[in-house]
Design a protein around this ligand. Structure first.
Ligand code: GLN
Length: 338
């Protein structure tokens, strides 16, 4: 565990802002245009219904922390949120239980293994390690408050809808398609139970987890949801406070470490932003204080991350100055003022 002694120290914040609306609009349109011809990768089909997605779809959206909205291409096309739900349910769980408790139960370190790895769980004595892989996400869903599975599900649906600023529709067909083929997630749930790391009925929890993955979003929704985490927990479009600023900080740290599964280190190195992907082809990337990008295109690389979404967000990270690690020397007069 990292030693910390932060009691009584106020969280100070120092972040910049995005360029003006017109410039952001121009860059979003440009990023979309530049990567629309790329047709590498393959549509996921381990959940049968996902295999039917139209691979030519490509949506891109940016929402800035002051509520400015930019959509390009198929930004309003709906798809199931899948793994991207993990980060928002995690935020809701921290909001309910606090930083330390969720850290201890679910963990915050990358597994270095695939999102649905059973081995990762075995290697770590049944500790899921982080909430962005399936085992940790199932353990996080189990932490949702509510007397039973239905109440947990309602709170997840309401919470994710508050992040998006609209009631997110549930895709019954995707849910049933995944329920027929999710033995692996059920196995992860049972393993967690066998290690005493999941309270409640594991099949019921996996059912709720599968429901949360079947909520429909658009690239535009993802950008609004991400921008809520970029805006200290207040949805910049609706003005609603969804979670606290501390919860946003905690969530984005974990997303940075593990949001693109075993490629997370490479992603941070190349693109420099916390981002979360899902197998239906969505990615959301968040630049704290500035805003967020949502992208969608169904063709995935071998780690299960959308190729075009990675390209477009990488483009925007650079052109919009979203990369967390980029800096330029301060102007001379600012130095002289010291
Ligand atoms: N529902 C999917 C699963 O659990 C989500 C995985 C993903 O998007 N990577 O397998």
């Amino acid at each position: 565990m990292i030693p910390t002694d932060l009691a009584g120290i106020e969280q100070a914040v120092a972040t910049g802002a995005l360029p003006g609306w017109d410039r952001v609009e121009e860059l979003v349109v440009e990023a979309h245009r530049r990567h629309s011809a790329d047709d590498s990768g393959a549509v996921a089909d381990y959940i049968p219904l996902l295999g039917a997605a139209d691979p030519s779809l490509f949506g891109l959206a940016v929402v800035d922390a002051s509520g400015g909205v930019h959509d390009a291409g198929d930004a309003l096309h709906e798809f199931s949120i899948q793994s991207i739900s993990k980060m928002f349910v995690y935020a809701l769980a921290i909001q309910a239980h606090g930083h330390a408790r969720v850290r201890d139960i679910v963990g915050v370190n990358n597994t270095g293994l695939a999102f649905n790895s059973v081995m990762a769980l075995e290697l770590n004595g049944g500790h899921p390690m982080n909430p962005m892989v399936n085992a940790g996400a199932i353990a996080t869903t189990a932490l949702m408050t509510g007397a039973d599975a239905d109440e947990k599900w309602e709170r997840i649906r309401d919470g994710l809808s508050a992040f998006a600023g609209r009631e997110l529709p549930f895709d019954d067909e995707v849910y049933h398609s995944e329920m027929k083929t999710n033995e692996r997630n059920r196995a992860l749930g049972r393993l967690l139970s066998s290690y005493g790391r999941l309270t409640g009925d594991s099949d019921e929890i996996v059912d709720v987890y599968t429901r949360q993955c079947a909520l429909n979003v658009t690239a535009h929704d993802l950008a609004v949801m991400g921008a809520t985490l970029a805006d200290g927990g207040v949805n910049p479009v609706t003005g609603e406070r969804v979670v606290s600023a501390d919860v946003c900080r905690d969530t984005l740290a974990v997303v940075a470490a593990s949001g693109l599964y075993e490629r997370s280190g490479e992603w941070l190195f190349e693109i420099g932003l916390p981002a979360k992907s899902g197998v239906s082809g969505g990615i959301v990337a968040v630049s704290p204080g500035k805003g967020a990008a949502g992208a969608f295109s169904p063709r995935l690389d071998s780690a299960g991350n959308s190729v075009r979404a990675q390209l477009a967000i990488g483009h925007l990270s650079r052109s919009l100055g979203l990369n967390l690690f980029a800096s330029a020397p301060q102007a001379r007069d600012a130095r002289e003022g010291r």
